[in-house]
Design a protein around this ligand. Structure first.
Ligand code: NDP
Ligand code: 8X3
Length: 263
């Protein structure tokens, strides 16, 4: 059953990976999508593709989620377009580096904390009041298994994802008595641009993260987001934790020889 056709979704981090896949999957389900990210060319190309299908509207909006004034302008723009947000996918996020806390780089910490926590809060704070006023809406935060287990040299990134988990639970408590829902989808290893960004463009190092595994792909996570937002309105998924079959925790990962088993 399609319960979301005709709704409007705002998706942050839509220029790559999971956000891009969410835009395609929700667009295919007949959801109008507003695509947020910093790389305008990618936003425009994706919007053109998604919008060609089944009359779905796809609107690009260049925005850095860390920019509070920019988020305020975005809300004014939504009003101007006559758009009420039914679904917010807080996906924009990143890791920078893989360092012990004692060796960490302050700028990397700022970027992760400002994007993964404060950026998510900026968007949520701006969009939730409208949902509450309409007594309808669903926020889906892309957390991580890094918000459930801490792994060596990932302390600060993990801290940001523990924060996403805490904020998902905290906002749910605050939303009791309303019909507004909030969920997190918490993936494990997924091959996107994530590791290239983490290692600042070092593609060889990024490749080793996924070597000999069959990781999740962005579409797997988009399927999960679609499931979560398409549930009946009396259902609220709190956390949907998902990993590739080869992974059972951040520490327990089977690496198969290249060309190993496929689905
Ligand atoms: P990608 O690097 O492929 O995509 C990240 C997206 O976030 C890009 O579209 C990027 O767009 C956007 N983004 C980053 N910073 C900002 C910002 N300040 N403002 C707006 N957009 C921003 O990575 P993934 O798709 O893998 O990551 C998406 C989310 O999934 C992240 O929150 C990540 O932590 C989480 N995640 C990823 C996992 C993985 O293994 N890949 C597993 C678990 C969770 P642009 O640069 O154009 O602004
Ligand atoms: C990304 C997944 O396990 O590399 O959130 O941190 S992990």
């Amino acid at each position: 059953m399609n319960r979301i056709r005709g709704q409007t979704a705002v998706i942050t981090g839509a220029t790559a990976g999971i956000g891009e896949a969410c835009a395609r999957t929700l667009g295919e389900a007949g959801v109008h999508v507003v695509l947020i990210g910093r790389r305008r060319d990618r936003l425009e190309a994706l919007a053109a593709e998604v919008a060609t299908d089944n009359g779905t509207r796809a609107l690009p909006y260049q925005l850095d989620v860390r920019d509070r004034a920019g988020v305020t302008d975005f809300i004014a723009w939504l009003d101007n377009e006559g758009l009420n947000v039914d679904i917010l996918v807080n996906n924009a996020g990143l890791a920078r580096g893989l360092d012990a806390v004692q060796d960490g780089d302050h700028d990397d910490w700022d970027e992760m904390i400002d994007t993964n926590i404060k950026g998510l809060l900026n968007m949520t704070r701006a969009i939730l009041p409208g949902m509450i006023a309409r007594d309808s809406g669903h926020v889906v935060n892309i957390g991580s298994i890094a918000g459930h287990w801490v792994y060596p040299n990932g302390g600060v990134y993990c801290a940001t994802k523990y924060a996403v988990r805490a904020l998902t639970e905290g906002a749910n408590v605050d939303l009791v008595g309303t019909k507004v829902r909030m969920s997190s989808v918490d993936p494990g290893l997924a091959e996107t641009e994530f590791s290239v960004v983490r290692f600042r463009g070092d593609e060889d190092r990024a490749r080793t993260v996924y070597e000999g595994t069959q990781p999740l792909v962005a579409e797997d996570i988009a399927d999960a987001v679609h499931y979560v937002v398409n549930t009946a309105r009396h259902v609220n998924v709190l956390h949907l934790v998902m990993m590739p079959t080869v992974q059972r925790s951040p520490y327990v990962l089977a690496r198969e020889p290249a060309g190993g088993s496929e689905d």
